[in-house]
Design a protein around this ligand. Structure first.
Ligand code: FES
Length: 131
């Protein structure tokens, strides 16, 4: 049985209840918060980079697709201009199914690797529509 942890999203100060062992990117998508995920969560593209603030105040940058929820966390998600680091937005919205790949072929491959991905693909689209 998994335990639940609090995940706080900055700068919105929105707190989510997430299950232990869930990847950070899956926890965000389950709550209709979508990050770019070009490598289908393999941890190679760096598009899902977030800053984590742990309960002791220490900060670290990590890929949301490789970070497992093990404790209460706060994350800051900012869209920044690459030239001057100016914050453009605090939320990025795109097709939520992109956590399984940025194209349809990658998503089909994800379903072949993990059969319950199909149910998750359906669920996250429905959540996005209800947002
Ligand atoms: S590093 Fe590619 S989705 Fe996380």
């Amino acid at each position: 049985m998994s335990s639940s942890h609090a995940l706080t999203i900055l700068p919105a100060h929105r707190t989510l209840a997430v299950n232990s062992g869930t990847s950070l990117i899956e926890a965000l998508v389950d709550h209709s918060i979508f990050l770019r995920s070009d490598c289908c969560g393999r941890g190679t593209c760096g598009k899902c980079l977030v800053q984590l603030i742990q309960s002791d105040g220490t900060k670290k940058e990590t890929s949301a697709c490789t970070q497992q929820i093990k404790s209460n966390l706060t994350i800051a998600v900012y869209l920044c201009h690459t030239d001057n680091k100016e914050v453009v937005s605090s939320v990025a919205v795109k097709n939520p199914q992109s956590i399984y790949g940025d194209d349809v072929v990658s998503r089909i491959g994800a379903i072949d690797m993990k059969r319950d991905s199909l149910d998750h693909l359906q669920k996250i689209v429905i959540n996005a529509i209800e947002w």
